[in-house]
Design a protein around this ligand. Structure first.
Ligand code: HEM
Length: 227
């Protein structure tokens, strides 16, 4: 099972993610993106989206720094391990909590508001529920376990395993003693990568760089404007 979860499964899900994204891009240009639902509900969306998107940006930077840069590089730069963990816990924790509140608001909004729910597909719910689970487990490790039990040295296990995976030389044994919360966090992350091409998450590949300069789109209601 160790080989399955930490070698076969990650490559399988990544292959689905790459092939699926290319297929969706070629076959569904009109549906590509994240269909707006702002006109159906604004208040939860504003806060949920803001907290989630800013939070996730910091989380991505944190994952790249913590997992892709080897510990030895920090040692060479004279960054003490204690300092690294304190900084990672503080900023990772704050960003993690902001992201969690954001995704929770987005999930509640999609379930509770009638118009939003009726305009949602199964894929919308699958993506949000998976995001919620992945972020909750990440936060459980960083915010709760690291403070209650002590920091876990993922830079000696998860980090080298992930770098090995990226250079096609993964060592599954590195993942054997990893806390179960983190193992499930990572397994669900790969499930998220696999389903992402079939959801609104494809919009991460289309940064709206021209958005601030493009002409505004105007909406006019035929039945009178309702908030
Ligand atoms: C290859 C996939 C991933 C790996 C190997 C990974 C690994 C990790 C590790 C090692 C931690 C730190 C735990 C600690 O502090 O001891 C963590 C935390 C976290 N992860 Fe991930 N993760 C992955 C994907 C994701 C994804 C896709 C998301 C969000 C959608 C995510 C969100 C978080 C959050 C919110 C935290 C807590 C805050 C933080 O420490 O940055 N992770 N993850």
């Amino acid at each position: 099972m160790t080989q399955f979860w930490w070698v076969i499964y990650p490559y399988l899900t990544l292959a689905i993610a790459v092939v699926g994204t290319l297929y969706r891009y070629r076959s569904d240009q009109i549906g590509w993106g994240s269909k707006s639902s702002e006109w159906l509900e604004k208040r939860f969306l504003r806060w949920g989206s803001l907290l989630f998107h800013w939070g996730i940006l910091f989380i991505i930077v944190g994952h790249v720094v913590g997992l892709l840069i080897p510990v030895q590089a920090f040692d060479t730069l004279g960054i003490h391990r204690e300092l690294y963990h304190r900084t990672a816990d503080l900023f990772g924790g704050l960003a993690g909590i902001a992201t969690w509140v954001g995704v929770l608001l987005l999930l509640i909004r999609r379930m509770v508001f009638d118009g939003v729910r009726r305009n949602s597909s199964t894929a919308d719910f699958v993506a949000l529920v998976l995001l919620f689970l992945v972020i909750t487990l990440g936060d459980m490790q960083t915010v709760i376990m690291n403070n209650a039990v002590g920091p876990y040295g993922y830079r000696h296990t998860v980090g080298p395993w992930l770098r090995g995976l990226l250079i096609l030389h993964p060592d599954a044994r590195l993942m054997v003693g990893v806390p179960i919360i983190l193992q499930v966090h990572i397994i669900l992350s790969f499930a998220l990568f696999a389903v992402s091409p079939f959801t609104r998450l494809v919009h991460v590949w289309s940064a709206p760089l021209r958005y601030p300069t493009r002409a505004p789109i105007q909406y006019r209601s035929r039945t009178g404007f309702r908030r």
